[in-house]
Design a protein. Structure first.
Ligand SMILES: [Zn+2]
Ligand SMILES: [Zn+2]
Length: 81
């Protein structure tokens, strides 16, 4: 019997370019996400950071609604060439 084909062949739009959490690199140290490490996302630039790299603990993060990384909170200008 033929294999089940549930895929849409009609459109050419595939949205698989979204960066998953697993593929993210720490914006501070450039390292990968570690399984047992705390990890936080900047609400402004959407960069992920190790908690330890930005000195955020899970306990602290609970009180943070919109986290801003050091880059975003320190500089008022958007330095993105
Ligand atoms: Zn890091
Ligand atoms: Zn940021």
């Amino acid at each position: 019997m033929p294999p089940p084909k549930d895929e849409d062949d009609s459109g050419g739009e595939e949205e698989e370019e979204e960066e998953e959490h697993e593929n993210a690199l720490c914006g501070a140290c450039g390292d990968n996400y570690g399984q047992d490490e705390f990890w936080i996302c900047c609400d402004a630039c959407e960069t992920w950071f190790h908690g330890k790299c930005v000195k955020i603990t899970p306990a602290k993060a609970e009180h943070i609604k919109h986290y801003k990384c050091p880059n975003c909170s320190s500089s008022s200008k958007r330095a993105r060439a």
